[in-house]
Design a protein around this ligand. Sequence first.
Ligand SMILES: Nc1ncnc2c1ncn2[C@@H]1O[C@H](COP(=O)(O)OP(=O)(O)OP(=O)(O)O)[C@@H](O)[C@H]1O
Ligand SMILES: [Mg+2]
Length: 196
Amino acid sequence: MTDLTGTPQIFGTWEALTAVSHHYAAMNLHATHLANHWRRNSLSSDYWAAYAALQIPETVPTGWLRRDDVNYVLSYLLNELFENCAKFSAGPEQTVHYQAWFEDERMVFQFTNHITPAGERPFITLIQELLTSDPDELYFQKLEENAEQEISASGLGYLTLIKDYGIQFGFRFRPINAEITAVDVQAHVSLKEAAF
Ligand SMILES: Nc1ncnc2c1ncn2[C@@H]1O[C@H](COP(=O)(O)OP(=O)(O)OP(=O)(O)O)[C@@H](O)[C@H]1O
Ligand SMILES: [Mg+2]
C-alpha cells in the first residue's frame, strides 16, 4: 500500500548524509541502460571500487582492511547494488542515482532507483525478514527454498553481504506520486577488520 501521507518509510541502518561534503562523489545512470548492456553493472562497480580503494594507504596498521580487500569487497557490493537497480526498477521513472561518501574509517554508498507503489509491500516484507532474522539461519532457509522452487531471483544478495562481509544496510521508500516510489538503499562499509 502507498503511504498516503507521503512520508518516507525507513528501515535498518539509515543515516541522513549531505551531498555537501568533500568526501562525496555521485553519478546518474538509467536502469534500462544497465539492463540492456549488462556488463555496465560490473564495469561501474569495478570502477568505483578501484576509485574508492585508492584512498587506502599501501601499508595499513593492523586491524585495518588492506587496499586489495577494500577493492574486492566494494566490487562485489557495488555490483550487487547496480544489478538490483537494473533488475528491479519498475514503472515510468528509470533513473538510477549513485552516491558515495569516502570517509577515513568507513564508506557509505547510496543507490536510488524507482518502483511502483504496488511494489513496495513485497520488498518491505523481505527487508523486515532480512533485518530481524539470524543471517546464517535465513541463508540456509533461502538456499532450501531456492532448490525447491528454481526461482530466478535467488534473494541471497543482501543476505550474503550482511552474513559474510558485515555490511549494514538501510532502506528508505519515498512516495513521489501515484505511479512512482523512490527506493534508496544505503550500504555502510567499515574499513576496520573487526566488522569484516
Ligand atoms: N533496488 C531494488 N529495487 C526494488 N526491489 C529490490 C531492489 N533490491 C532488491 N529488491 C527486492 O529484494 C529482493 C532481494 O534482493 P537480493 O539482492 O537480496 O536478491 P536477488 O537480487 O533477488 O538475488 P541475488 O542477488 O541473489 O541474485 C529482490 O528479489 C527484489 O524483490
Ligand atoms: Mg540481488
